[in-house]
Design a protein around this ligand. Sequence first.
Ligand code: IVH
Length: 677
Amino acid sequence: MMKEKEAIKRIEKLRDLINHHNKLYYQLDDPEISDSEYDRMMRELIELENQYAGHIDLSASPTQRVGAAPLEKFDSIPHLSPMLSLSNAFSEEEITSFDERIKRLLGTQEDISFVVEPKLDGIGVNLLYKNGFLKSGSTRGDGTIGEDITQNLRTIHAIPLKMKSAGTPPIPDLIEIRGEVYIGTDAFKKLNGQRIAGGDSPFANPRNAAAGSLRQLDSRITAKRPLDIFCYAMGFADRTSFQTHWDFLQSLAGWGFPVNPHIRKAENINDCIVYYREMIAKRETLPYEIDGTVIKVDSLDTQNLLGAVSRSPRWAIACKFAAIQATTTIEDILIQVGRTGVLTPVAVMKPVRVAGVMVSRATLHNQDEIDKKNIHIGDTVIVQRAGDVIPEIVKTVEPSAKDNEEPFRIPDRCPICGSGIVRLEGEAAHRCINLDCPAQIRENIGHFVSRGGMDIDGLGEKLISQMSERGIISDPADLYYLTEDDLTGLERIGNLSARNLLSALEKSKTPPLEKFIFSLGIRHVGEHISKILARNFMTLGNIMNANEETLLSIKEIGPEIAASITTFFREPSNIQTMERLRKAGVRPLEGHTTSGGLSGETFVLTGTLENFSRNRAKELIESLGGNVSSSVTKNTDYVVAGASPGSKLDKALDLQIPIVDEEKFLEITGQEVRGKK
Ligand code: IVH
């Protein structure tokens, strides 16, 4: 064991390094080191922190961000000062009335100075800092008492675990900071893409995705969601001496909290209206969703004078954007059966234009949603489109003739195969239990042959349906046992297209491992996780044999994914399919098959190479399965030294790490020596 002093120094060093790499990864999107190198540092830090627990403060350590053991339920947490909400203005006239009301209350004709801000469409949270350290975090709840979601909030990298103090006003002993947790539009699209590919139902909009992610009892799941935050208000605070909200926002940024870049000072209400118009125009171009602007009186004294009525301050107002909504009627409700048997009710509506797009279908999600919104076929409803997200039914227009009737019910039998339907405990979704349900087969095989999977041309949805209805195929392996006769017996398939299809199938027999894994449609295993599995396990056999513990040792793989993978490969019918695929000659290529495989080897580069830029050398090593690290440790396998090497070379000599020159590096990586550039 290291001496305590030494260990503590090492802990500090590792924390700094990890914080530095977190910033590169999460904020600048420009990582310098490989995942495995990062994991190695994290593991070392966790180990040391465990060894020296009791001697060191963990509260601001990056290890606190990875998520903790699941909770049974959320505790309640009282806010030190209530979390108010905002009253709304829906037009420029109402904004003007807000200003007039304030002037009347203050008995003045003078212009009022305001701060204007975007109104983020996310989830409001309260963060409590004690002596600069994040102590707890909660939802708004009823405004007085919220739910304790500290574990989840800690996983959000944009939330400081420790406030910065240099060059800022002194940090109060106790301060509540308020902000909005959200998911950006790009991250939302990516997240939904992964969910669809992994067989999960997509979130209806970024706000729901953020809310769902924050309400996870297992914070390791939250840690994987791309949550972000903007902070905009102060709750309780002792010893602060801000004169204006603007000054507070500046300090907030100085303390290390993300503050929205579009905040602005306004000299009078006219400026606020101009800003409101500008933001309406800018709305679609922002990388996150906003549903309005907020106007706040700038002077904190004036705010105090004005006070609050019925849980909304008199000194602020939300200027809501006109919703992108329209009214139409539900003509029918269809039930779609997905790859994993989930039944999704879909409303078929009289086509209507919503923000320039004709909309005729909207997902109703599940029975709970239908019940909550009291939906019937024939109802008149309001539909809404947020950005380019799936249209959604907001509510029925009341009164409806059917209000007293039971809402639409998802049938007891699968509309496709007639089998029974179950609703698993804790799940909102109903599922068809028949694994041979033609709808599931069609979706499953469609996924298997898709571009991201086995990438087999010529197998469209219609053809797959036809084959599954006739009982020619019921799982992906059947595709490889098709004969020309099977195919020419189908509608619209001639000899030529039959032969083309068979040859496409033949050609697909040696897919890259990650594509093969993806094609299996294992729940929660989308393209990204498939790549990670291929990279870490190299062969299909290794993945099939991996137990949950081994899977969980990989950073991106949490308990849900690990359980889903092991369950999949334990299921007898899946084992049989895999065996039949193998017998048919389907052999996925190994993870990174190259002659000079560098799998698991860690390289450090120093000095200038003649034939490669740093980046190119790094790419090359990584393409061969190796890692590149920025510092030499006892775990380094090779130091590649070019001209004018730095101190890393001395370190390598100290630690007796093999040092290779450029020529040797070319040899290891199987490159031909090229002429000098
Ligand atoms: S200030 C006393 N500023 O909107 C005022 N709220 O409808 C406290 N929100 O509960 C809130 N962006 O969750 C404020 N720039 C912003 C905001 C904002 C979004 C949310 C917040 C609040 C809700 C009020």
